[in-house]
Design a protein around this ligand. Structure first.
Ligand code: AKG
Ligand code: FE2
Length: 279
């Protein structure tokens, strides 16, 4: 995997690798040890109880009774200011503006904690392609010639092969397809390894999945989904956040929450006058 630092992560280089290279780039040392410790403590606290939350690509774990060893913490923006800092980091914003368009939005921010002994996932691709196992529900001809997703994993515990670092097949993002058994995913995969404070950015059309945690420590990451401005986001974040969070949101955060792009809108009651067109 291409590995860059905040200083060398020029947007042109990163987006080229996401589209035509391996599909994933490691950004080392993006967050401080204090930020990592703060984020990790909040996630551990909120996932102490194994109260079942909605999760994805875990059909096998649900069937064999290990689902409680993989825990999600949703609505992170409401749980600590550190998560807003992570989502709107200037290095990520610059890369994402180039990759998804300058007015891109955030579709989800959640933690994935895999406890020791916890399960991996089914190899998959991410929202809005995540149900591409039924491609006929999407427009004809939809392909990966332009991106409708970028994923950022902020690594909060050592991501090693043993601890379940995300697996992916380099280059698989170029042909938009949900992986099948015949793709021999587990024989071909590389791993998104990294240290706490690193982030991995990848094009979610690349086949990937969380892997089982065979280490003796928890494996925590913050998973952030970014989308072009016109893709319906996965989470209704403004609805889940306190009104004062939304009222105090920075310009970048308003953009990430989709508040700068008002559609759908009840145009029948909108202020009269022309609102679109070059002139
Ligand atoms: O936690 C991971 O390693 C990846 C999770 C993932 O790909 C997902 O939930 O869509
Ligand atoms: Fe995924």
């Amino acid at each position: 995997m291409l590995s860059l630092t905040p200083d060398t992560a020029a947007p042109e280089i990163v987006v080229e690798e996401l589209m035509t290279g391996g599909g994933a780039v490691r950004l080392t040392g993006l967050f401080t040890a204090d930020e990592v410790a703060e984020a990790r403590a909040i996630i551990m606290r909120h996932s102490e109880a194994d109260a079942a939350k909605v999760t994805h690509f875990q059909g096998a774990a649900e069937a064999d009774g290990t689902l409680a060893l993989q825990r999600r913490v949703w609505n992170l923006l409401a749980k600590g200011e550190v998560f807003s800092r992570m989502a709107a980091h200037s290095v990520l914003m610059a890369i994402l503006r180039r990759f998804l368009g300058s007015e891109f939005i955030m579709g989800s921010i959640a933690a994935n904690r895999i406890l020791p002994g916890g399960p991996g996932q089914e190899p998959h691709i991410d929202y809005p392609y995540w149900d591409f196992h039924t491609p006929q529900t999407h427009p004809m001809g939809l392909n990966a010639s332009f991106p409708m997703n970028a994923q950022v994993s902020v690594i909060l515990d050592p991501f090693t092969e043993e601890s379940g670092a995300t697996a992916y097949v380099p280059g698989s993002q170029k042909e938009l397809r949900y992986p099948t058994e015949d793709d021999r995913f587990f024989e071909r995969c590389a791993r998104m390894t990294g240290d706490p404070g690193d982030a991995v950015i990848f094009f979610g059309a690349a086949w990937h999945c969380a892997m089982p945690n065979r280490s003796d420590h928890d494996r925590n990451a913050v998973l952030i989904q970014y989308l072009p401005k016109w893709v319906k986001p996965m989470e209704d974040m403004p609805a889940a956040l306190p009104a004062d969070f939304v009222a105090a949101a920075s310009d970048d955060m308003c953009q990430l929450l989709g508040l700068n792009y008002p559609y759908p809108e009840v145009l029948d009651v909108a202020e009269g006058g022309n609102t679109e067109g070059r002139a």
